[in-house]
Ligand binder design. Structure first.
Ligand code: GLN
Length: 446
């Protein structure tokens, strides 16, 4: 009830929520109450949370921030939601996002932008801007987002909260509406690293319904939370401190790395030479996969259907013209182009080769260090509208987060101070399936 009141109070300004499931929340809370009374114990029992509107919830609208899915009600639950329900969580509602998770500011939502609770004239980041702002404004105890190129970590950084992109394959994508399937991963957003460990514990693990989920054991993440990080080697890649990044961001991140050093970690200089190519490579691979994934929105099986079409081709065309926003159309065109006969080898195949090089550079770097520390985003929260006319400057927001998706490795963003009174995020990257070490370093820092 307190969370629902809080949503009523602040969400008219912030607009994190697309749907509030008040009745369901109260009913789930009562069930949790009963379980608590009967002595059942589990860390998430009765905890009120909310989900990015790209995660399928049976009987509850799942719009993906798109007009295309304005009235779409999924007939099944995503595995992560099923697991959270089994753990006793309470669903407060579904959260705003850039359309089909394409964007870095939540301004590409067909339902209007979300505001950053720290300064209502700035963006919360994106595409999981609703998920990050809801946690920052106390509108949910924790949320889930999805991260294809930074969409959990960048908004977490801009809203001053904790966000994790798990290793690709660690968390089931079953019921996550697909953007770029080889990069997409669901991740939690919380206030503290401790909370994050509890949420990850519930959602992680093999799922036979997702052929890319990996059948390996899930450790006890709580066991990793010790303050002793003596001897842990933290690599600082020079390519992540580039010209053009905000001086206040660089200062806060360097201070955070110094603090880790004073806690006993060993700071080592490393190099990831292909970092420069990650962004360009991403904007070939992600749109290519998106153009294929989004071909399902024809107006036939589900979602919007143009009412006055003359024949089936006309129906496809009108439906897609009306249902998709400008950024989604831009990605579909880009993706179709790089996959077309004659350009496939020059763009798509080349991009896949660069992706392999990026991954192998991380593999080599992790021989010299256990964790890599970088800024999460080159800037703090920017003004609403300031990057809307210039897609390329918006794409640059994910300069530092995209490489982890390309390599499939986990990335954690934790708050590390302020620049111009707005929060800065420290990004910690780890070896595949070694979320524990990230949580350990993050916990010691916090
Ligand atoms: N901002 C990036 C994009 O627009 C990443 C989005 C994401 O991680 N979903 O593609």
């Amino acid at each position: 009830e307190a969370y629902l009141r809080r949503i009523e109070q602040v969400d008219p300004q912030i607009r994190s929520y697309l749907t509030v499931t008040a009745d369901l929340a109260l009913q789930q809370a009562q069930e949790a109450d009963k379980k608590l009374a009967s002595g059942e114990k589990s860390p998430l029992l009765g905890i009120p949370m909310a989900l990015k509107d790209i995660i399928s919830t049976k009987g509850i609208k799942t719009t993906c921030g798109s007009k295309m899915l304005e009235n779409y009600i999924p007939p099944y639950d995503a595995t992560v939601y099923e697991k959270l329900c089994a753990a006793g969580c309470v669903l407060l509602g579904k959260l705003n996002m850039d359309e089909f998770a394409m964007g870095s500011s939540t301004e590409n939502s067909a339902y209007g932008p979300t505001k950053n609770p720290w300064d209502l004239t700035t963006v919360p980041g994106g595409s999981s801007g609703g998920s990050a702002s809801a946690v920052a404004a106390g509108e949910a105890a924790f949320t889930l987002g999805s991260d294809t190129g930074g969409s959990v970590r960048q908004p977490a950084a801009l809203c001053g909260v904790v966000g994790l992109k798990p290793t690709y394959g660690r968390v089931s994508r079953y019921g996550l509406v697909a953007f770029a399937s080889s990069l997409d991963q669901i991740g939690p957003i919380t206030r503290t690293v401790e909370d994050l460990a509890d949420v990850l514990q519930v959602i992680a693990g093999y799922d036979p319904k997702d052929s890319t989920s990996v059948p390996i054991d899930v450790p006890q993440y709580g066991d990793a939370l010790s303050e002793d990080i003596r001897g842990i080697r933290i690599g600082v890649p020079k390519e992540y401190f580039v010209e053009g990044m905000e001086p206040g961001v660089e200062r806060a991140v360097r201070e955070a790395i110094d603090k880790l050093g004073s806690l006993g970690a060993k700071i080592v200089d490393i190099s990831l030479p292909s970092t420069d190519y990650a962004l360009a490579t991403y904007y070939i691979i992600a749109p290519a996969e998106a153009s294929s994934n989004l071909s399902r929105y024809t107006g036939v099986e589900y979602g919007h259907r143009a009412p006055d079409a003359e024949d089936i081709i006309d129906m496809y065309m009108k439906t897609r013209e009306e249902g998709f926003g400008p950024e989604v159309k831009r990605r579909i065109m880009l993706g179709t182009y790089v996959l077309s006969a004659g350009y496939y080898d020059a763009y798509y195949l080349k991009a896949q080769k660069v992706r392999t090089i990026i991954k192998s550079e991380f593999d080599a770097a992790f021989k010299e260090c256990d964790v890599i520390a970088t800024p999460t985003s080159p800037t703090v929260a920017f003004k609403l509208g300031s990057k809307l006319q210039d897609p390329l400057s918006m794409y640059l927001s994910d300069l530092f987060t995209i490489p982890a998706n390309m390599a499939g490795i986990p990335g954690l963003s934790i708050p590390c101070g302020f620049s111009d009174d707005l929060p800065v995020g420290l990004q910690l990257l780890g070896k595949a399936f070694d979320e524990s070490t990230l949580l350990k370093v993050g916990y010691a820092y916090q």
